[in-house]
Design a protein around this ligand. Structure first.
Ligand SMILES: NC(=O)c1ccc[n+]([C@@H]2O[C@H](COP(=O)([O-])OP(=O)(O)OC[C@H]3O[C@@H](n4cnc5c(N)ncnc54)[C@H](OP(=O)(O)O)[C@@H]3O)[C@@H](O)[C@H]2O)c1
Length: 326
């Protein structure tokens, strides 16, 4: 089968290859899936460099998220041959076949195609965990979402709008903001280079934001500490900008806000019932058309390098999908 293999860690994808590999052998407790569509997530890129918190030993097959058909499963797995499934483990998805633990798969919601199904879980489950589960999102809340063109952030914009909140989408690119406005009609958009606290103050009529969703970190985090309302929450989702910010603890004290660490995957592992509820609700909302994953482009697996480079160069608005079968 065709697969994207990380043969060695490299800063520039030079250690990654499009290779022919044997179909993985299904181990006990796993389900073998024929992958129809896989989506790229930022951690996939970080893992090629050895910069993600999970550090698999090369060689490994890249790809943490996909949708496809069950080829082989144990009788008591809850899955049958031919079931349409989505999910994925931390690796293995950028291939024609993937064998992953039973618990990391779920049936695709009714009415959803393979491409949106492959784009759903990582982004929307993370956004839901951040905004709803940990943030306590309410319909009257002001929500500021940074790096809004990214997979997780764009899902946060979609989700928050769908749940009736007032959303400010912030991005480093004015062009991308136009596209985000077309996709999800946030209540306001801001260009987040430099200072943006005055804009947030003006947009919210001085109340500032109940929730700030930050997958970028660095200067964006620093400036965001001036944008959270008293009693609000600054949700730390990631560090796509590359710098992990420091915060003087007098700032959240004086301004009366909380800094909340979001680790969606670990949250679902530690609290499986809550994780299940989150995934169920995301699947229900997708099936009902209440949320719609934005797909920037769809490429054959052989063009994996273009996909990774587009993500690295911040060219995407939403997800990029790789098709192993074409
Ligand atoms: N906490 C969790 O549970 C969890 C789960 C999944 C992912 N994450 C983390 O969340 C972050 C986003 O993941 P993702 O899959 O949504 O990634 P993504 O699709 O690549 O989005 C990242 C966005 O961050 C913004 N950005 C700002 N500075 C950047 C820089 N120097 N390089 C790249 N992007 C930059 C860009 O938005 P603009 O151009 O619009 O500004 C970009 O679209 C990553 O750090 C990832 O590890 C965390």
């Amino acid at each position: 089968m065709k697969a994207i293999q990380v043969a060695k860690l490299s800063p520039d994808l030079s250690g990654c290859e499009f290779v022919e590999l044997p179909v993985p052998e299904r181990k006990p407790g796993e389900v073998l899936v024929k992958v129809h569509a896989a989506s790229l997530n930022f951690p996939d890129l970080l893992m090629t460099r050895g910069e993600y918190q999970f550090k698999p030993e090369p060689p490994f097959t890249s790809g943490m998220e996909f949708a496809g058909d069950v080829i082989e499963a144990e009788a008591d797995s809850g899955f049958r041959v031919g079931d349409r499934v989505m999910g994925g483990a931390k690796t293995g998805g950028f291939a024609e076949y993937a064998s992953v633990p039973v618990r990391s798969l779920r049936l695709m919601p009714d009415g959803l195609g393979y491409e949106p199904a492959a784009a759903l879980g990582a982004a929307y489950n993370t956004a839901y965990t951040a905004l709803v589960e940990l943030g306590g999102l309410q319909p009257d809340h002001w929500v500021l979402v940074h790096g809004a063109s990214g997979g997780v952030a764009l899902a946060a914009v979609d989700l928050a709008k769908s749940m009736g909140a007032k959303v400010i989408a912030a991005s480093g690119s004015p062009d991308k903001l136009e596209r985000i406005a077309q996709l999800y009609a946030p209540d306001a958009v801001i260009h987040s280079e430099g200072r943006f606290r005055e804009q947030v103050t003006e947009i919210t009529g001085g109340t500032l934001c109940d929730l700030v969703c930050d997958p970028v970190g660095g200067d964006i985090f620093d400036e965001s500490t001036r944008c959270v309302a008293f009693g609000g929450k600054l949700l730390v989702v990631g560090f796509a900008g590359g710098r992990i910010a420091d915060i003087a603890t007098n700032i959240p004290l004086i301004k009366g806000f909380s800094v909340v660490g979001v680790r969606a995957g670990e949250y679902a592992r530690r609290f499986p019932e809550r994780g299940q509820r989150i995934a169920d609700e995301v699947a229900r909302m997708a099936s009902a058309g209440e949320i719609r994953p934005a797909i920037d482009r769809v490429l054959p697996l052989s063009r994996w390098r273009d996909a990774f480079k587009a993500m690295d160069a911040r060219q995407l608005v939403g997800k990029v999908i790789l098709l192993p079968g074409s």
